[in-house]
Every structure is written in structure tokens, then in C-alpha cells.
Ligand binder design. Structure first.
Ligand code: PHE
Length: 446
């Protein structure tokens, strides 16, 4: 059993802190840029509303009902065959894959706080060369910043739910929102602002392929942190009187608004400078610093603020990615928090190092499998396969394995019957069938 408890605001902030991360500010804009803009955004919004939020509610409900780690949750809440269902809980290990590459990106961000404060690149060519150079040749610098990110996150985690996770979110989330809003306010004054709105909200369906759809769906999972037990684990520390539906909806709305605001800010700057929206993972590292550099010292301030906000968002998510594993080892094997962190830390540090080297030219061939670098494998396996798979399992568990009366009794005080029915329909039919169809199409028919 899990004894530490979040305060009500603490849970919402921590869950929002988990959801709002690099997915919103780094990944969402570049994926939108690569996948044609408005149409991608619409599919993503649709998936968040009908699949992501439903699963989020399901995870909170499961965690709150069992108050236990994810493996025990499936084991205890299954009406029968708990000894088999407990294996569903192994979705928590998806977190190890995500954590490994996530920390590398946080390392890049920390380096860019330094770059922003000292010397911003003067043009896109220079910026592209600087970012590309860092990723593909600067093994030592990258490794140093990866270590810094890794140990900051481990330090916070070592302090536990209340003193570590809740506290850091209480401070960093409002700061992140403040910085983003200030940047948005400034973006409205730029010429690129209306172009950014068009790009994000006017869909061009000719750009949509089945890959666009799976990417949007995978990203909806990633951005809400669902399908791998993180939300379930946080909900195990939820206080008794919290409203599951309201808390979940607040987090989903906040997460979506922040992604859209980040998108508007970034594309306003990008279009203003006539830069390319489809720059890929380098988008925020290449376009933004170049654009900021034309503002003189003000640009340095903007740039530092932006990367600090991004680092905050990343750190509050990173702590949630590995927490399911910690709670699992802690409750099932009585391994202390610190020892669990050391064990999980070893694994993720090892995989992180491999992922980092897979981007470095000199070593890439050693850590490339089937034509894909280890970094990309971790990203693809987690967002496009493991999280959607975890989502399907959760939907089947709540929709078919648990009795409807039980599920209803857990939710009835939190919502009215029509919302319950809509949610139940989504969990039973839309989520498992929709996600499975998309995955099969992507994996076997392409
Ligand atoms: N939701 C986080 C983001 O958008 C990533 C994440 C995935 C966090 C899975 C926890 C679990 O960056």
C-alpha cells in the first residue's frame, strides 16, 4: 500500500506536470510542422478528446481504487485470474525506454540555456550546424549535459512524492505557464502570428496519410502520459475526496492548451523569420535561437526564458516516467526508494548512453539496428507501439474484465450518467478497436 498522499492541487499539478512536457513544447510543434499543420492538429485533438481523456480517466480510476503499484492494481482489481492480469502491469517498463531518450533531450535543453545566455547563432545555417554538430559529433558535451539532467531528476525522485515530486511541480508549473504566456503575448505582435494560426488551425487534408494518423494517435498517448501506468501510479497517491473526472479533464485541457500555445509561439517566430516549419526535432533548437538572435540582448532573455521553461516542463515529466517502476519495486519487493532508483538508474543510464551514441557519427553503426538508430528505436517503440498497446490493455481491462457495476460505482459520484455512458462507450469500443486498427495498419500494411 502506498501511504504518501498528494494534496488535491498537488495531484492535479503533478499529473499536469507529467503530461505537459517535451511532448508539448518540443515534439508537438515539430511533428505538426513535419505532418502538414492543421490536419495533424485536428486528428490529435480528436484523439485526445475521445481516446486520451477516456484512458486518462480509466487510469486515475484504477490507481485510486487500488492505491497500489500498477502490477498489483491489475492483480487486485481483476475479478478473476489476477495472477495473469498482473502481467498487464508490466507496461510500467515502457517508462524505462522513454526515460532513456527523454533525459538526453533535457540535456540538449540545458546546453541551450547556456548557449542562449552566451552566444546565439546568427543565422539558420550556423544554428543548424551548431545543433547538428552537437548531436552528431560532440560526444563529451552531450554526455556531460545528459549526466547533469539525469542526476537532477534522480535527486528530485530520491526525495519522494511529497517533498520531491509535489514540491517541484508546485514551483515549476506556474513558472512554466507564466513564461509561455509572456512569450505568447509577445508573439501576438509579430507578423508571423496570423500565419502561425493559419498553419495550425486550417487543415490541409491532402497532407494526411496513415502515418500522419498513427503519429497523431501515438502523440496523444505520449502527451497525456497514458498507456504505461504513470497516471495510475500518481493516482495511487490521490487523496480520497478528489473528483476523478474533473481532475482528468483539467489536466487534459491544460495539456492541450499548453501544446497549442507553444505551437503558436514557435510558429509565429518561425514564420516571422521566413524559416521552415518542417525542420524536425531540431525545430526549437535551430529556428528559435536564430530568430531570437536578431533581437539583441532581449533575444538572449527570451531564449533563456524559453529553454528554462522547456527544461522545467521536461523535468516534471521525467520524474513521472520512472516513478511507476519505483513504486512497483518498493511495494512488491520492499526495495527502498533509493535502491530502486539506483537499479532503474543503471538500466536507463545504459540505454540512454547507447541512444546518445546512436546519434554520434563515429559510434552510430554500433548502436543501429535494422537501419534505425537506438534513439529513434526507443522513441518509436514507446510512442507508436508500447503506449498504444498499454492503452488497449487498460481499455479491455476496464471495459470487459472489470464488472460494469464496479466501474460505475467507482465513478458515479464523480459525474452524471450520460457522461459515464459516453466514457464507457469510448473505453469499450472506440479506444480498443480504433487504436488496434491503426496499429495493425501501420505495422503490417505499410
Ligand atoms: N507526457 C510527457 C510529455 O508530453 C511524456 C511522458 C510520457 C511522461 C509518458 C510520462 C509518461 O512530454
Amino acid at each position: 500500500m502506498n501511504k504518501a498522499r498528494f494534496s488535491r492541487l498537488g495531484f492535479i499539478l503533478a499529473a499536469a506536470g507529467s503530461a505537459v512536457g517535451l511532448g508539448n513544447i518540443w515534439k508537438f510543434p515539430y511533428m505538426t510542422g513535419e505532418n502538414g499543420g492543421g490536419a495533424f492538429v485536428l486528428i490529435y485533438l480528436f484523439t485526445i478528446t475521445f481516446i486520451g481523456l477516456s484512458l486518462f480517466i480509466a487510469e486515475v480510476l484504477l490507481g485510486k481504487a487500488s492505491r497500489n503499484d500498477a502490477v498489483s492494481t491489475f492483480e487486485e482489481l481483476a475479478p478473476k485470474n489476477g495472477h495473469i492480469w498482473k502481467y498487464a502491469g508490466f507496461m510500467i517498463f515502457t517508462g524505462l525506454l522513454i526515460f532513456s531518450f527523454y533525459t538526453i533531450v533535457i540535456g540538449w535543453i540545458l546546453k541551450y540555456i547556456y548557449v542562449s545566455a552566451t552566444s546565439l547563432p546568427l543565422n539558420a545555417k550556423e544554428a543548424g550546424a551548431a545543433f547538428g554538430g552537437m548531436v552528431t559529433t560532440e560526444t563529451f558535451t552531450q554526455f556531460a549535459f545528459f549526466n547533469l539532467a539525469f542526476f537532477i531528476i534522480m535527486f528530485i525522485l530520491s526525495k519522494g512524492i511529497k517533498q520531491g515530486i509535489e514540491k517541484i511541480n508546485l514551483i515549476l508549473m506556474p513558472l512554466l505557464i507564466g513564461i509561455l504566456l509572456a512569450l505568447l503575448l509577445y508573439a501576438t505582435t509579430l507578423n508571423g502570428f496570423s500565419q502561425a494560426l493559419d498553419f495550425l488551425f486550417v487543415p490541409d487534408w491532402s497532407k494526411v496519410t496513415s502515418t500522419t494518423i498513427i503519429k497523431a494517435v501515438g502523440h496523444a498517448f505520449f502527451t497525456l502520459s497514458v498507456g504505461m501506468g504513470t497516471i495510475m501510479t500518481y493516482a495511487a497517491s490521490l487523496n480520497k475526496d478528489a473528483n476523478i473526472v474533473r481532475a482528468s479533464a483539467s489536466v487534459a485541457i491544460l495539456d492541450t492548451v499548453i501544446a497549442l500555445v507553444a505551437g503558436i509561439v514557435i510558429f509565429s517566430f518561425v514564420f516571422n523569420a521566413g524559416a521552415e516549419p518542417s525542420a524536425g526535432p531540431g525545430l526549437v533548437f535551430i529556428s528559435l535561437p536564430t530568430i531570437f538572435s536578431s533581437f539583441g540582448i532581449l533575444g538572449n532573455i527570451f531564449s533563456v526564458s524559453f529553454f528554462v521553461a522547456l527544461a522545467f516542463a521536461g523535468i516534471t515529466s521525467a520524474v513521472s516516467i520512472i516513478e511507476p517502476g519505483v513504486l512497483y519495486m518498493n511495494t512488491r519487493f520492499k526495495i527502498s526508494r533509493i535502491k530502486s532508483l539506483v537499479i532503474l538508474g543503471f538500466i536507463t543510464y545504459g540505454m540512454g548512453t547507447m541512444a546518445l551514441l546512436s546519434n554520434v557519427k563515429e559510434y552510430a553503426s554500433y548502436v543501429t539496428f535494422g537501419g534505425k538508430g537506438f534513439f529513434d528505436i526507443l522513441d518509436f517503440a514507446s510512442s507508436s507501439i508500447l503506449m498504444p498497446l498499454g492503452g488497449i490493455i487498460i481499455a479491455i481491462f476496464v471495459g470487459y474484465v472489470m464488472q460494469k457495476e464496479r466501474v460505475y460505482s467507482l465513478l458515479k459520484d464523480h459525474t452524471n450518467d450520460s457522461i459515464f455512458n459516453l466514457w464507457y462507450f469510448s473505453i469499450k469500443y472506440i479506444t480498443p478497436i480504433g487504436v488496434l486498427a491503426i496499429m495493425i495498419n501501420e505495422l503490417f500494411f505499410k
